[in-house]
Design a protein. Structure first.
Ligand SMILES: [Zn+2]
Ligand SMILES: [Zn+2]
Length: 212
């Protein structure tokens, strides 16, 4: 498989920052650099990858908190995603950080907002964009059909789903998005989620109590 992925847990939330790269060209992307940039940069160097872009699944601090700084450090590479409905979260990253005692967190303005039906290229692969609101209004899932692989952010977890107890949370929308957009991708699709271990659509369809 030419598309490779590695997880770097970052921030006090142990968020799965994901590095994607093409094994031959070493070109790649960083998905959800929430913070702890020293650890992300160490992993980038170890792989020897050349980062072409940053991709954000949604606007929460553990996913987007380090995006502005990493963009700057890597020469202004583009930031793609999430959906524009998360603009208020990205604009308010400093305030989100202050709420957790994190200082120096900066707002980030994506170079490209993503919407349902868009495609994103990363690491020589093409990902379909699925807009899956509920955990946050602008959450997106990225799906690579060729390798049966998805990045689902905080939409779906092994045995759980994203929390919706924020003022802007919508549990009905979240479950609807999972059932109508993620489950149909196919039982064989493996996914990396924002926190915790990987899973497959099939495992969740059969055992996840939140979507039974
Ligand atoms: Zn989140
Ligand atoms: Zn998260």
């Amino acid at each position: 498989m030419p598309l490779k992925a590695a997880i770097v847990p970052v921030t006090l939330f142990q968020q799965n920052c994901t590095l994607l790269w093409d094994d031959a060209s070493k070109l790649g992307a960083v998905v959800d650099p929430g913070g702890d940039l020293d650890r992300i940069e160490e992993a980038i160097d170890k792989i020897g990858m050349q980062v072409e872009k940053i991709i954000l699944t949604h606007g929460h601090i553990d996913h987007a908190g380090g995006a502005a700084e990493l963009k700057e450090k890597l020469g202004g590479i583009p930031v793609e995603g999430p959906h524009k409905a998360d603009k208020f979260l990205l604009d308010g990253l400093a305030a989100q950080g202050a709420g957790f005692g994190m200082t120096g967190v900066r707002a980030v303005t994506p170079d490209r907002w993503l919407a349902e039906g868009d495609t994103v290229t990363a690491a020589g692969a093409t990902f379909a964009v699925l807009h899956c609101p509920g955990h946050s209004p602008g959450s997106v899932v990225l799906f690579n059909a060729a390798q049966r692989f998805a990045l689902v952010g905080d939409v779906l977890f092994r045995g759980s789903v994203g929390r919706t107890d924020f003022p802007y949370g919508d549990s009905a929308a979240l479950i609807d998005a999972i059932k109508t957009k993620l489950l149909p991708l196919g039982d064989d699709v493996a996914f990396i989620c924002g926190h915790g271990p990987m899973s497959t659509i099939g495992d969740e369809r059969q055992t996840n109590p939140f979507i039974a």
